[in-house]
Write a protein that binds this ligand. Structure first.
Ligand code: KIV
Ligand code: NA
Length: 274
């Protein structure tokens, strides 16, 4: 049985913090599951961290479906949430068509949509139709060309609008909310005000849970990771070391040995080659 949105709500009520993590493929989902991560996000960050794009805007519904399906197959307990990509939910009709594809073709249990008051009617409609929706406010990367990539809602007016957006999403039926790159005291206040769990990224310790990007958490990039990320592993270096050892062994002839090879009766070989 998978974790449900009701289990996630119960975690907030019990004061149990929620650890969410992105996953994009079968092996990562299986590892996250073994580590008992309760909620997995197939984020459109896959455009950058998996496909090498500059931002999330080029990600398509087909990209999301292919990756989300692999994550669903790699897990059996986690609640799997998938992002709807840029401009695939601009109208209610678009949102329903996109939701149908991701829910049916990938088999995720919930979707995440970026935006506040303006998409609340869409959130309400999807929820009525049986699609659990996670909201996403603060820095919403799909709007980076209009918002920039900086910390959001630092000024009173913008902070007040963020609170309104959060309440509108909750009223519309969103089951949870991601707050990205907002000041910690504001995120803590929103978390206090909402009944639904607030999952932060770069939003401080006062949220009900945290979400992190797989590659940032595990140190899979050679460069530096975002300030909000903490490295829990240096897997990129471990992979590079292993690959160097492999290249060296092929060059030196140390790999493969008889242990990795198959033998053949010499008579058979002679009869074949003369
Ligand atoms: O796409 C993503 O990984 C996300 C998280 C950073 C919240 O939306
Ligand atoms: Na995203």
């Amino acid at each position: 049985m998978r974790i449900t949105i009701f289990d996630i709500h119960a975690m907030k009520e019990a004061g149990q913090r929620i650890a969410m993590l992105t996953a994009y493929d079968h092996p990562s989902a299986a590892l996250a599951e073994r580590a008992q991560v309760p909620m997995l996000l197939v984020g459109d960050s896959l455009g950058m961290v998996v496909h090498g794009a500059e931002n999330t805007l080029p990600v398509t519904l087909d990209d999301m479906i292919r990756h989300a399906r692999a994550v669903v197959r790699g897990s059996s307990r986690a609640l799997v949430v998938a992002d709807l990509p840029f401009l695939t939910y601009a109208t209610e009709a678009d949102a329903i068509a996109s939701a149908r594809r991701v829910m049916q073709e990938a088999g995720v249990q919930a979707l995440k949509l970026e935006g506040g008051v303006s998409i609340a009617p869409t959130v309400r409609r999807l929820t009525e139709l049986g699609v659990p929706v996670m909201g996403h406010l603060g820095l919403t990367p799909q709007a980076q060309h209009t918002l920039g990539l900086r910390v959001q809602a630092r000024q009173a007016e913008a902070a007040r609008r963020l609170v309104e957006d959060a309440l509108a999403l909750q009223d519309a039926g969103a089951f949870a909310l991601v707050l990205e790159l907002v000041p910690a005291p504001l995120a803590a206040a929103v978390t206090q005000r909402l009944r639904i769990p607030v999952i932060g990224i770069g939003a401080g310790a006062g949220c009900d849970g945290q979400v992190q990007v797989w590659h940032d958490l595990l140190g899979l990039f050679p460069g530096k990771s975002p300030r909000h990320a903490k490295r829990y592993g240096d897997i990129g270096t471990a992979i590079e070391d292993a690959l160097r050892a492999y290249v060296g062994d092929v060059q030196s002839g140390a790999f493969p040995t008889a242990a990795q090879s198959s033998s053949m009766d010499p008579d058979e070989l002679t009869r074949a080659l003369g």
